[in-house]
Design a protein. Structure first.
Length: 347
């Protein structure tokens, strides 16, 4: 009885600690949102922004800056960061690989190739470029995920075969993208490079609503597999012994990665390293239980991208500094650290 009581007390302490971590993350998220909206060429104080957002004070000029220009960009950073954090957590779990993410396994490369394809040859399409580029990016992100699953499935869809298939497709899409850049006109090449760097400045309320709607449907479906994803961390055989349909969980995980990555990069371009770093932050603070780790990865990804958005606007005030450069500068040291420490970890 004493052992049971001690175990219950330990579980209660762990649950309370996780609740505090998630609540602190939500508070940091709100703070980043306010600072992100306040940062820009026309500097606003956080108090002024908070008053405008809460409706406590009305100034037509401040409201126009906050609600029409900056708030969609700031909220897009949160949604895209959350989506990338979730996709990274799912990829690392279903592939049992600490270096897996949609960026390192070719999904983002596929989206970049799709966008570049429209930019170079889009004149023949019936849709306007502003509509065709996101659609092509989404479609090729889904195609890359399907390619990873099909190629990896030739050898039974084991984590090792899926990782190898993802790396192969990443190099394929990068090569095709380089070919498009070689034959593109100077104007098209400039657009491709700007899109590949990633930028939140194209965010609008309709685009934000579309991303939010897709995630509102996809994330609850993902959370239904939280227990199965946790069991996968024990290995395929043990997960199967616990009654988990391993292939089904892994397939649904790939579908989520396809949809979430596609909708995330369709409007902002390719943004690297958020999906790689955020899951490790969440895992370090919250543990392996996917019921809390997945929300933690979403919060960590949103905070990281929001912070990167703030940095990108303060590095060069008044200029459009690509946010993808900021995330890469932050992510490369983290990536190197993961490579060095991977052998000593529990992976």
């Amino acid at each position: 009885m004493a052992g049971v009581t001690a175990a219950q007390a330990d579980w209660t302490r762990r649950a309370a600690r996780r609740g505090v971590v998630l609540a602190s993350g939500a508070g940091l998220l709100a703070l980043c949102l306010v600072i992100d909206v306040a940062t820009g060429p026309a500097m606003l104080s956080p108090a002024t922004v908070a008053a405008s957002l809460s409706g406590l004070a009305r100034d037509p000029m401040v409201d126009a800056i906050v609600w029409a220009i900056r708030l969609p960009v700031a909220l897009m950073a949160l949604l895209v960061g959350a989506a990338l954090g979730l996709t990274g957590a799912v990829m690392q779990t279903i592939l049992n690989n600490p270096l897996a993410s949609s960026y390192t396994l070719g999904v983002s490369a596929g989206a970049g190739f799709g966008a570049a394809l429209v930019i170079v040859f889009g004149a023949a399409l019936p849709l306007a470029e502003a509509q065709a580029v996101p659609l092509a990016a989404f479609a090729f992100a889904a195609l890359a995920c399907a390619g990873v699953w099909l190629l990896g499935g030739i050898r039974g869809a084991t984590p090792e075969s899926l990782v190898l298939a993802g790396i192969a497709l990443m190099f394929l899409f990068q090569s095709l993208l380089a070919l498009l850049q070689f034959i593109a006109s100077p104007e098209a090449l400039q657009q491709i490079v700007f899109w590949l760097f990633g930028s939140l400045q194209r965010a609008t309320w309709p685009k934000l609503a579309l991303v939010a709607a897709v995630l509102a449907v996809a994330v609850p479906l993902l959370m239904r597999d939280a227990w199965g994803l946790t069991a996968l961390r024990l290995g395929d055989e043990r997960a199967a012994a616990l009654g988990v349909r391993v292939r089904g969980v892994r397939f649904r995980g790939f579908v989520f990665v396809s949809v979430a990555t596609g909708v995330a990069v369709a409007f902002v371009g390719t943004i690297g390293f958020i999906g790689l770093v955020a899951p490790h932050v969440a895992r370090m603070l919250l543990g392996e239980d996917q019921r809390v780790m997945l929300p933690g990865a979403a919060v960590a990804g949103a905070v990281l991208l929001s912070a990167a958005s703030i940095v990108s606007k303060t590095v060069s005030p008044g200029a459009l500094f690509p946010i993808g450069i900021v995330t890469a500068l932050i992510g490369v040291p983290c990536f190197a650290w993961l490579i060095v420490t991977a052998r000593r970890s529990h992976w």
